[in-house]
Design a protein around this ligand. Structure first.
Ligand code: SAH
Ligand code: SF4
Ligand code: F3S
Length: 442
């Protein structure tokens, strides 16, 4: 019997990837993905715990779901509510206490058990929880996801051993695990056979990838990228998220020699101050970070960078913050994400005594975001009149208009472009508007 499945995904690309896997895993049980929550037989919330705001989204959504579930029950229909992802891992049983409509809590390392857990919940009519970190990899038991479109994510590494003092990821995703190179290669082949051209290799600490190759030797991300690049159908390769500490020569070489590796790298630095980096346990200095940037620019002169920044980390002085502003000036980022420091339960920074008042955090964030916006706009403007290759992925807002992705992840519009859908086309940039570019075929 066909059942409606609704999945809502929060947080990072890893969650997007996991949600696709969950949907594929549940399809043989009769679950069909549906856009609307109202008539869902099962709702999965794939959650994020990274900042307080991200976490709280779960509970406001559960409030809404509870009402829907009650309405369905009056119609004699059930709705199974599953909380998955990083909040599930971090809060576990607490979730049942805070919200009575939840039937199941399942952590990111246990998705392969979902069919069994669902059967158990339905049979016993009891709440079910699975937040173990199993010894066998979940990747072995998850099916190949069916993807739509020409871009896809591929998880190659999960978990993090870095323990930055502000971050929950090592606790929610567990220890670093890298998939063997052949497993990644086979999944990339399968994606290519579904028409995928643009692939993003994912990992919480992706450039620390150390999966085993065919001869059981430890490989690295640089080598893996070159391997994936051999697949004809794959035209563009990206990877995220990297730690500056794990940049290595093979990877820099891949940037210099592998045409398919896009000239855009998200390399989060978090702060421009060595003092703060040290207190965050980032294990590198600003000088070392800049050496990587320089080496990457030398290998691939057209490369552009993005970063994440945290402002108002415990103990951050105005002087530290100025150093963050300076690094944005110096690297000339094409784009950046920036956040106010959010104390997370169980992380060392949350109990540091020198917390920064909220108003100072807000004020610093505003200054930083203004600078970042100016840099992004300058980068976009610099493309006006120049040519670039764009992969057009979907229809735009206006009739005949299509939208694509530039090598630098900018959204690029093209009018009367339907015949270019799912193709890489050389265009000339004519205009830069807010966060996107307009183009004509070159
Ligand atoms: N693995 C990635 C990032 C994972 S989290 C890395 O090492 O960069 C994504 C971003 O969220 C981080 O880069 C950081 O800027 C931000 N972040 C993580 N914990 C945070 C916290 N407690 N408060 C505010 N921002 C945080
Ligand atoms: Fe979190 Fe640091 Fe690991 Fe990134 S490297 S996931 S910020 S602990
Ligand atoms: Fe959020 Fe977990 Fe990703 S905390 S950012 S969903 S790894």
């Amino acid at each position: 019997m066909k059942k409606n499945l609704y999945i809502k995904t929060y947080g990072c690309q890893m969650n997007v990837y996991d949600s696709e896997k969950m949907a594929t895993l549940l399809a043989p049980m009769g679950f069909e993905l549906n856009e609307s929550m109202n008539d869902a037989d099962m709702v999965i919330l794939n959650t994020c715990h990274i900042r307080e705001k991200a976490s709280e989204k779960l509970y406001s959504e559960l409030g809404r779901i509870k009402e829907l579930k009650i309405i369905r029950q009056t119609q004699n229909k059930d709705m199974m509510v599953v909380v998955a992802g990083c909040v599930a891992q971090a809060e576990g049983e607490e979730i049942f206490k805070r919200s009575s409509c939840v039937d199941m809590v399942v952590g990111p390392q246990s998705y392969q058990n979902l069919p069994e857990l669902i059967a158990k919940a339905a049979r016993d009519k009891k709440i079910v929880i699975d937040i173990d970190f199993p010894t066998i990899s979940k990747f072995d038991s998850l099916p190949q996801a069916k993807v739509k479109g020409v871009s896809a994510f591929l998880s190659i590494q999960e978990g993090c051993n870095e323990f930055c003092k502000f971050c929950v990821v090592p606790y929610t995703r567990g220890e670093e695990y890298s998939r063997p190179t052949m497993e990644v290669y086979r999944e990339a082949l399968a994606l290519a056979s579904q028409g995928v051209m643009d692939i993003t290799l994912l990992g919480q600490n992706v450039n620390a990838y150390n999966g085993l190759d065919e001869s059981s030797q430890v490989s690295n991300l640089g080598k893996l990228i070159k391997m994936v690049a051999k697949i004809d159908g794959i035209k563009r390769i990206r990877y995220m998220t990297s730690h500056p500490r794990s940049m290595h020569d093979d990877l820099i070489d891949a940037h210099g020699t592998c045409e398919k590796l896009m000239p855009f790298l998200h390399l989060p630095v978090q702060s421009g101050s060595n003092q703060i980096l040290k207190s965050m346990n980032r294990k590198h200095t600003i000088e070392e970070y800049l050496i990587h940037i320089e080496a990457l620019r030398k290998a691939r002169p057209d490369i552009a960078f993005s970063s994440d920044f945290i402002v108002g980390y415990p103990g951050e002085t105005e002087e530290d913050f100025q150093k963050t502003m300076q690094i944005v000036e110096e690297v000339n980022y094409a784009q950046c994400y920036s956040f106010k420091y959010s104390p997370r339960p169980g992380t060392p920074a949350a109990i540091m005594s020198n917390q920064i008042p909220e108003d100072i955090k807000s004020e610093r964030l505003l200054r930083l975001q203004n600078l970042i916006a100016a840099k992004q706009s300058a980068f976009n403007q610099s493309w006006i009149g120049r040519e670039m290759e764009v992969l057009f992925e979907k229809n735009g807002k206006y009739k005949g208009q299509v939208v694509g992705k530039s090598p630098y992840m900018q959204a690029v519009h093209l009018s009367d472009g339907e015949k270019y859908l799912e193709k890489i086309v050389k265009v000339k940039i004519t205009k830069s508007i807010a966060n996107s570019l307009d183009s004509v075929v070159a």
